[in-house]
Design a binder for this molecule. Structure first.
Ligand code: 13P
Length: 252
């Protein structure tokens, strides 16, 4: 059975003491709940080691928000897969639309990042999704297909079985404009079909596909109840323990 997952992408928010307070609260709050999902937080890089220490003592899992596509070397300011591995980070988001847009990341770079993460035993959370214009032009399926093909489909099926997919329609991120449960389901089913065609039924049934984009405690239940929606990648609402845990409690 595939895993339900709720992951919090903190983006560029919090200071060290705020981060420690929030993680501490999440760990306490999750102890009191019988969660039907894996809970992951993806804080900014300077807080990863501290978060990883918390994870060692709890059920909380930790992911990074990005890595560089090179293993090491003269890339000032960048963070590598072996660095994450050295502090026991289990997951890493790659291909978030903000990185594609502001840092001009290409699917070719993302494919290299995925390879490195998998070499170091870190599970990629690979983000795909269309911008508003693409949805209005009815090219959203083609866009997501190309992102999957160019970023992920070079992997063999053993490698791919360690990947999590996050569908994040760019028009829904930080806008308060969530995809409807039907729109999310339609795209998730399409992504699963692409995976089925490439890797076969068993892999397609096992891969977790998360929805991201203005997911909150009020809409999580209707999104997560869709057949092919296995959880969420949460931005703003992951910055408060109450909201994050309410979302994580939204599985039937
Ligand atoms: P919001 O939940 O703030 O819309 O952000 C979603 C997101 O980008 C998660 O990666």
């Amino acid at each position: 059975m595939r895993k339900n997952i709720v992951a919090g992408n903190w983006k560029m928010n919090k200071t060290f003491s705020d981060a420690e307070e929030l993680i501490d609260q999440i760990v306490v709050d999750m102890e009191n709940k019988d969660l039907k999902c894996e809970l992951i937080i993806c804080p900014p890089a300077p807080f990863l080691e501290m978060a990883s220490d918390y994870a060692e003592e709890s059920r909380l899992k930790v992911g990074a928000q990005n890595i560089n596509e090179h293993e090491s070397g003269a890339y000032t300011g960048e963070i590598s897969a072996p660095m994450l591995d050295s502090i026991d980070i289990e997951y890493c988001i790659i291909g978030h639309s903000e990185r594609r847009k502001y840092f001009h990341e290409t699917d070719e770079q993302l494919a290299q990042k995925a390879n490195l993460l998998l070499d170091y035993g870190i599970k990629p959370i690979f983000c795909v999704g269309e911008v508003l214009e693409e949805r209005e032009n009815n090219t959203h399926f083609d866009v997501v297909k190309k992102q999957m093909e160019d970023g992920m489909f070079h992997l063999n099926s053993d490698e791919f079985s360690n990947v999590i997919i996050a569908y994040e329609p760019v028009w829904a991120i930080g806008t308060g404009k969530t995809a409807s449960p039907e729109q999310a389901q339609e795209m998730h089913a399409y992504i699963r079909k692409l995976i089925l065609e490439k890797y076969g039924k068993e892999t397609a049934e096992e891969v977790s596909i998360l929805y991201g984009g203005s997911c909150n405690p009020g809409n999580a239940k209707s999104l997560f109840s869709q057949e092919d929606v296995d959880g969420g990648l949460i931005g703003g609402a992951s910055l408060k323990s109450d909201d994050f845990l309410a979302i994580a409690s939204s599985f039937e």
